[in-house]
Write a protein that binds this ligand. Sequence first.
Ligand SMILES: [Zn+2]
Length: 303
Amino acid sequence: MGDNQFAGKCHIIMDPNPEEKALIYPATTRLTPSESTMERFRKRQRIMAQTKPEPAQCKICRSYFQPSWDDFENNWKFPDMAIIPLKPGLSNGICRSCIKLMHIRENINMHLERAGIPPKYLGCSFETFRPANDIKHCYRICKEYIAEPVCNLFLYGGYGTGKTHLAVAVARELLLKGKIVLFTSVPRLLFEIRKSFGKGADDMGSFYIDKYSSCPFLILDDLGLEKNTEWSRQTLDYIIYERDNNLRPTVITSNLSLDELSEKLHGRISSRLAGMGKVVLFNGKDYRLRRENQTIPILNDSR
Ligand SMILES: [Zn+2]
């Protein structure tokens, strides 16, 4: 689906009321109990053939949806359409997937917050990032990643070079595609898990480990900032190992290179990260300082 599919504000059209629907898609003649099973079967087959509507087309994604027979109501239904066409054969209905995406687009900030994006970063998107000519390839890697988000993405470089901005932009685009995304900083993730174990809550620590291991997309901000203990290394290693084994993509930002992480984390996590995705170096000046002066960051691809 193109980016401009929902350009402008979308409005959800009300479903036709039941009376209107009955006129458009009339209920079939009721089957009487006196008829034999075979008669009833043949009659139903005849009614089904006579009343089967044309496939409905979604006016947004242009996909066609076949009707399916509802045995309870003795009528044809379009289970995949949220709004059925006003008349059979017309393409003015909207499918359930498009309704869901419209809802996300209209309430994107709520969905970003639910994904764990801190309020400070809610405005971060590809549109609000200003790549200079010499870093456009790096910006492009993050944009291209959205089209096929199947591997991991490791973004590293100095403080304030725009890594988190682009990681949030990736999260935003994935959410707009209807994907399930979680965002957290590594110190916060470890704090949540440790706090849950420490309070003696029933298995809440393992609940958080499972939550971050099993979500379809995870953005881990600031890897390497956490306190370096055997427990934190094992916990992170477990989550990244589980995600990798189950082909769940992870986007990671860090101020440290893979070599520096290897030294800090005893090589386990960084060697896993190195072999499973794209590595992008942000070596520009402080993006936050430059942004205030209306200038732009410098990024490099070290793939
Ligand atoms: Zn659709």
